[in-house]
Design a protein around this ligand. Structure first.
Ligand code: ADQ
Length: 451
């Protein structure tokens, strides 16, 4: 039997032809080499059976397993999104630690480990995605599974001092160490994983202090995730004038596109834009910040207030600066189609990608890919986005410093064409080269032990 690639992620694509960068890349990869994609079924049930259910068969197989209503509360809304997500995004203050959350998280991971232990063959490659399933490799090893198991963390790895806020801080060490490849987004993440093992007798460091091995595993490695840049650029070109933008926009368009999440720093962004408005000379072009941010995870307490907070901030700023023919901030609270998004990116003069913490941030890369190389927009990028390690030709900002962000908006709006083109060309080179196909190849090379 040939080796199969088995991908595990909390959500799996349900359509026959999935869309979205990561999903498409894995879909292409599984289509080419065959394999299985496993995830939760999406609808909690009363009593979940311990079995994987096939939902589609094509070039590869899709399988789902059920979780209970209590597990949805405890494993998904609880431990994953109210404990690990805030902790890993440097917001330990927003953690909601409950013993039953950890119990449900372990129950779901244990049931999945039992099912995978029956399913996986020694030659298979298991690729586990994200913080929902950190303990899986350790649990699979306990069940005698010997195939290679890799993990990829899409969000930042936390700093050591924050990890102490996790009651399972010691378990986290064992969970990470059980993987053959522990993949993270950036070199900064690698450094933070290593810091976690600094005093661990099983961790080996080379002469420059870099961790090279754990007792059973290999070193953490960074694989910065990319997008299908060629495809996105073609879409943006095709959609260039497809979306008419309303009259109330200023002459210049500044764009923000995010899920409504506290990690994305949206209120800080509005404050930075307000600083630009306050310092703006009256005879300069009027710019509108168009912020597209659909609510997410509204069942989690920490998300309930963000929407109101953001609407209030936009209302106050517009109250102070709006004119009869100009609304400085427009906030759209819904998802937009990919085609529309590509069109709006291309039309934008500036993108503000200013998260307070972000694993990578694909919006930054999509914006770069969507630009007209002969008249490109300018990317303003937070130091705290993983993308900052690659996209060094963006205007880099500290999102906590409203005055600095305001100055960056002013600089971006008045940047000469030659500088815009030069910066964009270097950004585009990176986005096109280190694209999603490159990422998949790099990761799977490492997992196979050939890269
Ligand atoms: P996310 O936190 O979801 O992903 P991001 O990387 O920005 O963040 O990806 C968001 C995706 O959703 C982009 O493709 C974007 O176009 C789309 N999107 C966002 N807002 C939208 C809207 N209003 N309408 C339509 N589409 C919208 C997590 C991590 C990131 C990491 C990715 C991939 O938090 O840091 O980059 O995984 O690893």
């Amino acid at each position: 039997m040939t080796a199969r690639l088995i991908v595990v992620s909390n959500r799996i694509p349900t359509e026959a032809e999935p869309s979205g960068g990561l999903v498409v890349a894995l879909h292409d990869c599984l289509t080419a080499q065959g394999g299985v994609w496993i995830g939760t079924s999406g609808t909690p049930v009363k009593t979940p059976e311990p079995e994987l259910r096939q939902i589609a068969e094509g070039a590869y197989t899709r399988m789902v397993f059920d979780i209970s209503e209590d597990e949805h509360e405890g494993y998904y809304l609880g431990y994953a999104n109210s404990v690990l997500w805030p902790l890993f995004h440097r917001r330990a203050d927003l953690m909601h630690v409950q013993p039953e959350y950890a119990d449900h998280y372990m129950a779901v991971n244990t049931r999945l480990a039992d099912m995978l232990a029956d399913f996986a063959q020694p030659d298979d490659l298991l690729w586990i995605h994200d913080y929902h399933f950190l303990p899986l490799a350790a649990l699979l090893q306990e069940r005698g599974v010997t195939c290679r198991i890799g993990f990829f963390l899409h969000i930042p790895f936390p700093v050591v001092s924050d990890i102490l806020a996790l009651p399972q801080a010691n378990d986290l060490k064992d969970w990470v160490a059980a993987y053959d490849v522990f993949g993270v987004q950036t070199e900064g993440d690698v450094a933070r994983v290593m810091a976690h093992y600094r005093d661990d007798p099983d961790a080996t460091f080379d002469t420059q202090g870099r961790m090279v091995a754990l007792e059973d595993g290999v070193a953490p490695r960074h694989f910065p995730i990319g997008i299908d840049a060629q495809d996105f650029a073609a879409l943006a070109l095709a959609q260039a004038d497809a979306v008419p933008l309303a009259m109330t926009l200023g002459q210049k368009l500044v764009l923000g596109v995010d899920r409504l999440d506290y990690s994305k720093g949206l209120v800080h962004r509005f404050d930075g834009f307000a600083a630009y408005l306050e310092a703006r000379a009256p005879d300069t072009p009027k710019a509108t910040l168009l912020q597209i941010a659909p609510p997410s995870r509204e069942d989690v307490d920490a998300y309930k207030d963000i929407r109101t907070e953001l609407e209030q901030a936009a209302g106050m700023i517009n109250g102070a600066h709006a004119e009869l023919d100009w609304t400085p901030i427009r906030y759209i609270r819904r998802n937009v189609e990919r085609d529309t998004l590509a069109s709006v990116y291309r039309r934008a003069d500036v993108a503000m990608v200013t998260p307070l913490a972000d694993g990578m941030n694909l919006v930054a890369k999509e914006f770069v890919a969507a630009q007209d190389p002969d008249d490109p927009g300018v990317l303003i990028l937070s130091h705290f986005a993983g993308a900052a390690e690659q996209l060094t030709d963006a205007l880099m900002v500290n999102p906590y410093d409203a005055a600095e962000v305001g100055e960056a908006v002013q600089t971006a709006l008045t940047m000469p064409l030659a500088e815009r083109k030069a910066r964009h060309a270097r950004l585009l080179e990176n986005v096109m080269t280190e694209n999603i196909a490159w990422w998949t190849r790099s990761y799977l090379g490492a997992l196979r032990g050939t890269g």
